[in-house]
Write a protein that binds this ligand. Sequence first.
Ligand SMILES: [Zn+2]
Length: 311
Amino acid sequence: MGVILLATDVKELLKRLEDGVSAIQSSDEWRRLLKAQAKLHGYSLGNVLLVLSQFPNATKIAGYHSWLALDRHVKKGEHGIQILVPIFPRKGPSDQTRSTADSVEPAETKTAKREPVFFKVGYVWDWTQTEGKGLPEHPARDLTGNSEEARLLLGRLVLAAEHEGLRVVYRDPSELRGAKGYYQRTTQTIVLAKSLAADQTAKTLCHELAHHWCGHGMPGAKRDRAIEEAEAEGTAFVVCEHFGIDTSDYTFGYVADWSGEEGPKIVKRVGATIQKAAQTIINRVELKQMKENEIQQVRSPEPVAAIGRGR
Ligand SMILES: [Zn+2]
């Protein structure tokens, strides 16, 4: 049998995760980020295309007053980017038809189920057209390492996934809308973003495998994304750590982002699930490793170097 994860080791890792998440969530930067997320949230696909046709390098767009609320202002002489503002039927005094550019954002999401009566032209500005206080950085920083450990782990995770009957495919990041990967239970497919660093890719594949082995996305099951994401990312953290890859730069911020104010509490709640899923993935990987070693030993009399265990 493969290596057994020691409960004390996992406990220590979970404590690190909990502390990391709680440090992020109690920082000023975090509060600024929450505010920015609320102001800069998604536009409809049609409007995104419309914005890009006028401002191809746009990344973060918001209306005039939303920028002010983020302590930034539109620079003199910058032309607004036109978007279509859906105007919805009047319902009640608290749900009035609004038409200023800045009300586009809430209108598009909160009233998406109602049909707009008509559209009018509104204006937004990309953040490069604004100046003022810097935008808060997202606490989940992409892993940029290309460690030998990660490359070995990645190959073995792919084999473990295939052995489980899952398809692992790579897609252009633009098709993933900012995600690094996802798992689709109905088609038993894991999609990974192309051209990410090996550390990031190995961690993401662990994360998606954890969604699979934790039973997430079962048809008809009630979903709690905060719990599911903490389970998947926590598992990836433990597995990667076991194979000598430190994912804390990404993991702590990711879990903080999904778990809202409840971060550390949620990490405590999902600890047992993380331990189980991490053990499953490690067993599968070790099994592959043992088989590879057997094959290599048959092929060559030289001793095979111990792989992927460095800490
Ligand atoms: Zn996920």
